[in-house]
Design a protein around this ligand. Structure first.
Ligand SMILES: [Zn+2]
Length: 232
């Protein structure tokens, strides 16, 4: 995965309008937004959070644009981005909010967003089932550039791109044809094997014991040793 530029520039704890309330958060999902502002960059979104002219409470964790990502609130604290209140199970209290900027080269911004989100999922051992739209929490049409007149084509495409990125490097395995093999030893069913590229692979211990051999496993050496009765 190609790393994108990632800047941490947290807003102060005493930022007005309670934008950084410091509720502790153990996030369980990532929520995707568009900024709704066709001219604002990630740096602009970050600066707006501390602009005295901003009288709204809304906040978010990360803004991403064509240049990279800026983290504005620590990811173990909540932000006000999901529009679903402050209950402990709300999106606002359980989800990391990522704003995708709409300005500049939006294709490049989307590329960066795919990289960022795939990396964040990978770091947490999560799949794309952990992704949410702002819409999923509050019904707001957001991320609006993925709405496509209610078909959400852009959203499904985005999730598919993130999934593909997560699977990079695993492609060789997933492209390999693997089938189940039924196995019998002396007429009795053994544990199933698998067929990979024309060879049948079986659980070695099960087969060894069924043919009366003893098997030992040296985990350090990653060595399985099979000994038949005749060899003892
Ligand atoms: Zn939103």
């Amino acid at each position: 995965m190609a790393a994108i530029r990632y800047i941490t520039n947290h807003i102060p704890k005493d930022t007005p309008q309670n934008r950084r309330p410091e509720y502790r958060m153990a996030p369980t999902t990532l929520t995707i937004h568009n900024t709704g502002n066709p001219t604002s960059s990630a740096a602009g979104e970050r600066n707006w959070l501390t602009n005295p002219a901003n009288l709204r409470q809304a906040s978010f964790h990360i803004a991403v644009d064509e240049l990279g990502a800026i983290e504005c609130i620590p990811l173990n604290e909540n932000a006000w981005h999901a529009g679903d209140g402050s209950g402990v199970n709300s999106g606002n209290r359980t989800s990391i909010g990522v704003e995708i900027c709409e300005s500049g080269n939006y294709a490049k911004t989307l590329d960066n967003a795919v990289e960022l989100i795939a990396q964040m999922l990978k770091d947490r051992g999560w799949g794309v089932d952990r992704l949410r739209r702002h819409f999923d929490w509050s019904g707001k049409i957001c991320p609006r550039l993925m709405y496509d007149d209610g078909k959400w084509t852009g959203w499904h495409t985005f999730k598919a791109r993130v999934a593909a990125k997560l699977n990079e490097g695993k492609a060789e395995v997933s492209d390999m044809k693997i089938d189940k093999a039924n196995v019998k030893v002396n007429g009795k069913d053994a544990k199933d094997g698998v067929i990979i590229d024309g060879s049948v692979y079986v659980p070695l211990r099960d087969i060894s014991e069924r043919i009366g051999a003893t098997i030992t496993w040296d985990n350090k050496a990653k060595l399985a040793t099979i000994t038949t009765k005749e060899a003892k």
